[in-house]
Each structure stands twice: as structure tokens, then as C-alpha cells.
Design a protein around this ligand. Structure first.
Ligand code: FEO
Ligand code: CA
Ligand code: CA
Ligand code: CA
Length: 620
């Protein structure tokens, strides 16, 4: 047993002393099935054999194969892979990395991630997809070892967003290279900055003295879509694209956002001075935002929405509150960072596109504080307002304007006393709008670093399995300052750990276990789809968990079943459905074997489509 595991066992004993598995899942009517509430083998057995009426597929086992596996009665096909041409006049993919930046700019970007479908008709839709980052070992014949200026341009063209039209013929969706909406948005596409930080001195650069015009978006992780038909793309680990050749004085804020004055692995700063911290110290302040894109108009200018705060954005989960205000839930995916929500100042007006188009320009940002009760894996919570002049966000405490509160949202969150979380990844709102779910993917620093208390919704030290927190806004009002939370599931390994929180919650068993929940989303019927981005070593603490995968949860009964297993090395991330819910689009990111074409072919990130052989709704 490794030193790491011994340490963990010590921590699990500590956790055991204070928390029992008994209290997870609050005994509300919505939860039902009291079977989860007792800590004994009988209760576990009942949980494992519960018959959900929502989940109507046969669970599949884990896999370590270099292929996608789905349940009996389902089929998988490929929609598009990194490098596929998305225009009629674009070059075909070159597997040896020998094409230039112009070719990549007309092809599907790399590392498919969050995506949304915008239906145009029964058999035509627009698909907007994030391209998170790029793998130099496949992008270039030289694998990144002999970079040129055009290579940097090519890498910048491999990230961002891809927008394509898809059409359905003979029951099968395919990408249409003639689609009017087809577009690539890259690290060099011009965008406008809107909201409180627009034009602020901290956003001004030599190339843009207005502080309002930014080139590009990159490390686009997950996404959101608005009821007025726009796409939201979330800038996550933007820091990794900046670098310097000389020592550059960095502020505490720069450091908190991970900015480092050193050689960056992407080497952009060597050829593009925008990314050189010595020449453009403010450029990183222009990234880390949520960007709103109109996917219907390929000439539209993407808008960076600074009212939603600057951090390492994972996704943006929208809900139109009963009072008409639009609420956007936002995770900041870093160990010990926070969970946010944004409430629009103005109200949504159904059918009034021009009124809704700028709803995200003005509003109030809040950050979550979870009340923690000893021995309880549930409790109350509150949303703390991040508005200049309130809650200590004042000059005395280093904030001079609302712009600064937004640019340094992380520091503002600390100032108001937000709860440090186990890496908030995706948030999803149940279609009945009563509960909101967020994946807390893992956090090796929990209980190890100062301020990361082992408590509340983050109940395990050195948490490398993750959990899903759920909250119910008071009176179903997403604009309420309070909520009640519990844990929908605690991922773990019951074959390695016994009777402690590292074994997972009672709805986790040897047949459905996994680690590191990340992408989540609801279908219209309320099935919770859960994607993983975790440790796929299949050994030690992760023995028997196999490759990354996708599961499906019943929010009412708590039952979780494995639906899909991915190929070697990949993360499963990104999901959306055709309007009839009969085709599910799933992202396979950074496979490392030979997926999707097998044999000796190099791996390519790919969007796959899953359909039911009887033509039914996925999961039904
Ligand atoms: Fe791009 Fe936090 O995942
Ligand atoms: Ca993710
Ligand atoms: Ca992740
Ligand atoms: Ca990823």
C-alpha cells in the first residue's frame, strides 16, 4: 500500500468519528425510499436492486477496452472528430499534423467539450461545441518541439468553438458542410466586453486602449444555452496559455488565478506578444469570463459577459425563475474555490428576442455559503451578494469598484465568507426547477490546505472520488437568498473501503461505482446524466472502476446505473439531445489509444451519437 493510501486511511478514520453514512440524503418527500437512510448491508442491498421507473435500460459493467460500450438495444455512431472539415472548401483531415493554421481554422477544433443543440426544424439543428484545448503530440508532426509562428496560429485555431448545422436523413444525423450557420470561433476572433468590467483600466492593453475589444476565447470548457437562443461558452483554465521569458512581478490575484511567469506548455507567448506577461500584463484579465454567442448569425460578435464574474468557469446552468428573472448557476473548477449564481436585473420576456439579448449584461452575482452541522450531510445555505460597497467589498478591503469585484471575483468571494468547495464542475437544474445539482469532482487538498475544512458538502479529506451536492431554493425561488442542501451521491469504492465515506453513499455499490463526476445534465424526463473525468488506472483506490464513463441517475430514488463506458484515456464530457430526445450527442475528449478509427490510427476527440434501436427516447 502506498504512502498516499495509508494517509488516506487515517483521514477516513477521522471523518468516521464525526459523520456516518446514515445521514446522507435528507428524508424529504422528494427523496422517498427510506431504504437509503439506514447504514447496514440490508439497506445497501435494497438500494442496489431498486427498480427505478425512470431508468429503463440494463446497466453495463465497467470497461478497460479502447471502444465505446452502451447497453443492449442501443447503437453508437460518430458525428465528427477533431480535424473534420466543416466547410465545403475546407481541406480533409491530415493525420500527420502537416496542415497549417488556415486549414485548421476551417475544421472541427480539438478536444470537444460542452455543447448545445438549437433546433431549426424537426430534422435540422445548429450544434455549438466547445473545443477546450489542443494536444501538440497530435496537432504537429514535430509534436510541439519546433514551434513556428504559424504553428501558434494553428493551435489558436484548434481551440474555441465550432458551430455547425446538422441534418437528419434516413433516421441519422450528419454534419452539413453547407450549413449557413457553420462557423469557427478561435483564440483570434474579435469579441466585445460588456458589463461592469468593460473598459476598465485593468482590461486595457497596448493593442486595445479601450479595454472593450478582446481577441478570442480559449480553454472553453462547458457551456449553457439561453431560452432566447444564444450559446454560452465558459472560459476555464485560461491561465495556462500565458507565459514569460523574464521574471515578471505578479500580484496575489494573478497567482490565485494560476498565472505564472514562466515558459508555458503551449508556447504562444514566444510568437504572439499578447500572451507574453512581460509585454501585456493585463491580457489575462480579459479572459476567465462567460461568453454569449448568437449561433444563428455567423457574423455576430461574441460578447464577454463580465457581470457573471471572472474565475475558471466550468458551465452556466440557466433557469427562468417564476418571477421572470433569469438565474445562472456557475461553478469555479479549482480546489477550494467557490459556487456562484447570477440573477439578471431585468426580466425575461418570452418571444421578445431583442429585449432578452442583453439580459446577461446587468445583474447581481452571489456566492454560496453552506451552513455545516456536525454529523450531518445536509443543511441550510445562503447566497452572499458580491456587490461593491456591500458585505465588506469596500475600499478599506481593497475593492475600488464593481469592475474590480467582478475581475477578482475569487477574492471577493473570500472576503464575504464563501465556502471553499471540492472543485465545482457542472451545475444542472432539474426540469421541475425544484432542485439544482452540482458535481464536486475531487479535491486532494481538502483537509490538507488551510481553510479547506472537512465538513458540510465537502465531507472527506483528500477527496479523490467526488460527490454531487444538491440544493432546493427556498420556496422554489431561485432568487431567494437561502436554500437547503444535501448530497445526491458520494462517489467511492465499496470494494476497497468499508463502512466509511470513502466507500461512497448507499446508492453507490460495486456495480455502479465510479470516480470524479464532472459533466451533468438533465433530459426532459428528469433523468440525471453523469459523466466522469477521473482516474482510469483501474487499480488501488480505483480498482474495478475502469475507463471514464457516463451514468444515469434517478433523482427521486437515488438509483444510479452505468450507461456508457469510454475508450482508453478519454474523458467523457459534453452532452445534448435532439429535440425528440431520441439521439443523444456525447463528447469523447482526449482519447489516448486509437479511438475512433482503431488499428494504428492516432486518437481523435470525437462527438458520438447514441440512439435506441427501437427508435425510442434515450433511457426510456
Ligand atoms: Fe474543463 Fe473543469 O473541466
Ligand atoms: Ca469538466
Ligand atoms: Ca474535470
Ligand atoms: Ca477536459
Amino acid at each position: 500500500m502506498s504512502h498516499f493510501l495509508e494517509k488516506e486511511t487515517d483521514f477516513s478514520k477521522m471523518v468516521d468519528a464525526r459523520l456516518s453514512r446514515r445521514n446522507f440524503l435528507f428524508a424529504s418527500a422528494a427523496v422517498g425510499a427510506g431504504a437509503f437512510l439506514a447504514l447496514n448491508p440490508v439497506a445497501k442491498a435494497v438500494a442496489a436492486t431498486m427498480d427505478s421507473t425512470l431508468l429503463n435500460f440494463t446497466a453495463i459493467p465497467t470497461s478497460t477496452s479502447d471502444s465505446i460500450v452502451v447497453p443492449k438495444g442501443y447503437s453508437v455512431s460518430n458525428l465528427m472528430s477533431w480535424g473534420d472539415p466543416i466547410f465545403n472548401n475546407a481541406l480533409a483531415f491530415n493525420a500527420n499534423g502537416q496542415q497549417d493554421s488556415a486549414a485548421q481554422a476551417m475544421q472541427f477544433g480539438d478536444n470537444t467539450d460542452g455543447m448545445s443543440i438549437f433546433p431549426l426544424s424537426k430534422d435540422r439543428a445548429i450544434l455549438a461545441v466547445n473545443n477546450e484545448y489542443t494536444n501538440y503530440e497530435y496537432l504537429f508532426a514535430h509534436q510541439g518541439k519546433a514551434m513556428t509562428a504559424d504553428d501558434v496560429k494553428k493551435a489558436q485555431a484548434a481551440v474555441g468553438i465550432t458551430i455547425v448545422e446538422i441534418s437528419k436523413q434516413n433516421g441519422q444525423w450528419t454534419m452539413d458542410k453547407n450549413g449557413k450557420a457553420n462557423r469557427r470561433i478561435t483564440a483570434n476572433t474579435e469579441m466585445l466586453v460588456t458589463g461592469p468590467a468593460s473598459g476598465h483600466d485593468l482590461l486595457k492593453t497596448k493593442a486595445d486602449p479601450t479595454g472593450k475589444k478582446v481577441l478570442g476565447t480559449f480553454n472553453n470548457c462547458a457551456n449553457g444555452e439561453t431560452p432566447w437562443g444564444t450559446y454560452l461558452t465558459c472560459e476555464e483554465n485560461f491561465n495556462g496559455f500565458f507565459g514569460a521569458e523574464v521574471d515578471v512581478p505578479l500580484t496575489a490575484d494573478d497567482k490565485r488565478y494560476g498565472i505564472k511567469a514562466e515558459q508555458s506548455k503551449y508556447q504562444w507567448h514566444n510568437f504572439d506578444q499578447r500572451f507574453d506577461l512581460a509585454k501585456n500584463p493585463n491580457e489575462p484579465n480579459r479572459h476567465g469570463w462567460v461568453v454569449e454567442i448568437d449561433p444563428n448569425d455567423p457574423t455576430s460578435t461574441p460578447l464577454k459577459r463580465t457581470a457573471l464574474g471572472r474565475f475558471k468557469h466550468e458551465n452556466a446552468a440557466l433557469v427562468v425563475n417564476d418571477d421572470g428573472h433569469v438565474v445562472v448557476y456557475l461553478g469555479d473548477d479549482e480546489r477550494g474555490e467557490h459556487l456562484y449564481k447570477f440573477v439578471t436585473k431585468n426580466k425575461y420576456q418570452e418571444g421578445n428576442h431583442s429585449a432578452n439579448r442583453n439580459l446577461l449584461e446587468e445583474g447581481t452575482l452571489y456566492v454560496a455559503k453552506f451552513a455545516m452541522q456536525a454529523d450531518k450531510l445536509e443543511g441550510d445555505g445562503q447566497w452572499l451578494e458580491l456587490t461593491y460597497g456591500k458585505n465588506g467589498l469596500t475600499k478599506e478591503n481593497g475593492f475600488n469598484s464593481q469592475a474590480e469585484v467582478m475581475i477578482f471575483a475569487r477574492r471577493a468571494a473570500t472576503q464575504v465568507g464563501a465556502t471553499t468547495m471540492d472543485r465545482p464542475e457542472w451545475v444542472a437544474v432539474h426540469p421541475d426547477k425544484k432542485h439544482v445539482f452540482c458535481t464536486l469532482t475531487n479535491n486532494k487538498n481538502r483537509g490538507v490546505k488551510a481553510g479547506q475544512d472537512v465538513a458540510g458538502p465537502n465531507p472527506r479529506a483528500e477527496n479523490h472520488y467526488g460527490q454531487i451536492v444538491r440544493w432546493a431554493p427556498t420556496n422554489h425561488n431561485h432568487n431567494s437568498a437561502t436554500f437547503k442542501w444535501d448530497l445526491y451521491l458520494i462517489a467511492g469504492n465499496p470494494t476497497v473501503h468499508k463502512d466509511n465515506l470513502y466507500a461512497g453513499s448507499d446508492n453507490i455499490n460495486k456495480d455502479n461505482m465510479f470516480n470524479s463526476p464532472d459533466g451533468i445534465g438533465f433530459d426532459k424526463a428528469g433523468r440525471l446524466w453523469i459523466q466522469t473525468d477521473g482516474n482510469y488506472s483501474n487499480e488501488g483506490d480505483f480498482a474495478g472502476q475502469g475507463n471514464n464513463q457516463m451514468l444515469c441517475g434517478d433523482p427521486k430514488t437515488g438509483e444510479v446505473r452505468r450507461f456508457l463506458t469510454g475508450p482508453v484515456g478519454c474523458e467523457i464530457t459534453g452532452l445534448t439531445f435532439s429535440e425528440d430526445q431520441k439521439t443523444m450527442f456525447v463528447g469523447v475528449q482526449h482519447p489516448s489509444g486509437h479511438f475512433p478509427h482503431g488499428s494504428t490510427n492516432k486518437p481523435r476527440s470525437t462527438i458520438v451519437m447514441i440512439s435506441k434501436d427501437d427508435g425510442g427516447v434515450i433511457g426510456s
